[in-house]
Design a protein around this ligand. Structure first.
Ligand code: ASP
Length: 333
């Protein structure tokens, strides 16, 4: 029988109603007691490093979780991480970079309804996750939710209430789970070889600048001293607006000459960026050679930028790592 470590971190799945709203109250061991069938699938130990609404989870928790998995890596065949849904896509992306080439699965799951309610999705999601973590074909970081298995770098929370909260963006789901059967669409464990590679540092000084029509292009200058990297979340396939004063282009110039990293991403969730299409993107890309997200999710771009900054601030090295695919994050180049 496989041996799985269940890591509980809070979220709706473990929440109860209180007079001030839902908050995590159900312990890791109690979560497991709601899915007694799990005992027939594998042996499970539990741990609970913290119990939070995932709104309160930051890059510091990502490092703690990666370190916890590193400490227990040899002792277990796989890991199931229960997590709130609100920032789950960020955590799954961050763990994909912090723990690379893992032949052991690290499955992130949660629920839209607490596990102790009669009409919850939590029991199915938890049981599906345990079943997937115990499958020989499973590897690396993924999210199991609503019957879909999504690569850890490809998930986005697109629905606040429905049970199919997460979509797999610009990439097919790894598998689907229907009536206890796992149907793999991407069965590629043979490509993962060697030992898992853990990182223990992130560079968190990343500023996300979401553009709006008519936005003030001088904002990045005001913030420049506080950050190492700026991700510009632009429109469509990607362009830098010029509202007459050239201020945003000047700000990009200032950041780059100050040795900072600038990355382009898009507000459109599907199909990705391609700055070379329009004049408004082409010129800036050509002058500054700014890396762009292409088909990566914004969550992956943010986590990948922090992960790379934990290793280097050199623009050339940054670019090379940014464009190296990790856990299916990037196809289009
Ligand atoms: N606010 C909750 C959380 O992210 C939502 C959920 O888990 O569904 O922790």
């Amino acid at each position: 029988m496989k041996h799985i470590l269940l890591i509980a971190t809070g979220g709706t799945i473990a929440s109860r109603y209180t007079s001030t709203g839902l908050s995590p109250q159900i312990s890791a061991g109690d979560l497991l007691s709601f899915v007694p069938e799990a005992k027939q699938i594998c042996r499970i130990d539990v741990t609970e490093p913290f119990s939070l609404d995932s709104t309160n989870i930051s890059w510091k928790h990502w490092l703690r979780l990666s370190d916890l998995i590193r400490q227990h890596y040899e002792a277990y065949d796989g890991f199931v991480l229960c997590h709130g849904t609100d920032t789950m896509a960020y955590t799954a992306a961050a763990l994909s970079y912090l723990i690379r080439s893992s032949r052991k699965p690290i499955v992130v799951t949660g629920a839209q309804k607490p596990i102790d309610l009669p009409d919850t999705d939590a029991r199915t999601n938890l049981l599906d996750s345990i079943r997937f973590a115990a499958d020989d074909r499973a590897h690396d970081v993924c999210i199991v939710f609503g019957g879909a298995v999504i690569a850890g770098t490809r998930a986005k929370k697109e629905r606040t209430k429905s049970y199919n909260a997460f979509s797999s963006i610009n990439y097919p789901p790894i598998a689907v789970i229907q009536d206890r059967r796992i149907i793999f669409y991407i069965d590629d464990k043979e490509k993962v070889s060697g030992d898992a590679v853990f990182s223990d540092r992130l560079g968190e000084k990343v500023f996300l600048y979401r553009l709006i029509p008519g936005c003030d292009g001088t904002i990045p200058d005001v913030l420049m001293d506080r950050y190492d990297a700026m991700i510009i979340e632009s429109f469509g396939v990607g362009g830098i607006p010029d509202y007459g004063d050239g201020s945003l282009k000047a700000a990009i110039h200032n950041w780059i000459t100050a040795g900072k990293i600038v990355v382009m991403a898009t507000q459109v969730p599907n199909e990705g960026s391609d700055m070379s299409v329009y004049e408004v993107g082409h010129a800036v890309k050509n002058i500054y050679d700014i890396p762009e997200s292409y088909d990566m999710t914004l969550e992956a771009v943010i986590a990948k930028t922090m992960w790379i900054l934990g290793k280097t601030k050199d623009r050339k090295e940054f670019r090379q790592m940014f464009y190296t695919a990790v856990n299916h994050d990037l196809l289009f180049l």
